[in-house]
Design a protein around this ligand. Structure first.
Ligand code: HEC
Length: 117
């Protein structure tokens, strides 16, 4: 009896451990809310779009979230100097930038580079 309940308890712990491991693997982004980011990204769509089909602007759909967040923060604090993007981030909070980074990173894109002529 005693052994059976110990075994059951051990099995339970193994299941919890396995599920815990799976949960951390599925989460591709550990910051930001892609759903909230989608709403905020309407301001970005005119230039960046969501499918990387405009060669005039950097392709950000499917980009790594930490790279996106780093870039947005760099525009905001002036480390990266670009009048257009500095205007875009001027009124964004860190939370906004995290949500935007999470959203654009979640988009399905293989981030191919353009062919050189
Ligand atoms: C009016 C057009 C325009 C809008 C709107 C715009 N961007 Fe940009 N974005 C640009 C341009 C131009 C650059 C390249 C700037 C440079 O050379 O640093 C850029 C660069 C970026 C980069 C850096 C990309 C890289 O590969 O390094 C990120 C990230 C970015 N934008 C995110 C956003 C987000 C998020 C929004 C919406 C809040 C937004 N942009 C709105 C024009 C725009």
């Amino acid at each position: 009896m005693r052994r059976a309940s110990t075994t059951r308890a051990l099995m339970g712990m193994l299941v919890v451990a396995a599920l815990g491991g799976a949960a951390t693997q599925v989460a591709a982004v550990d910051f930001g809310d892609p759903k909230a980011g989608e709403e905020k990204a309407k301001a970005c769509a005119a230039c960046h779009g969501v499918d990387n089909d405009n060669p005039q602007f950097p392709r950000i759909a499917g980009q790594h979230p930490d790279y996106l967040l780093h870039s947005l923060k760099a525009y905001k604090n002036g480390d990266r100097n670009n009048a257009v993007m500095q205007g875009q981030v001027a009124n964004l909070s860190v939370e906004d930038m995290k949500d935007l980074a999470a959203y654009f990173a979640s988009l399905d894109s293989d981030l191919e580079t353009l062919e050189l002529e």
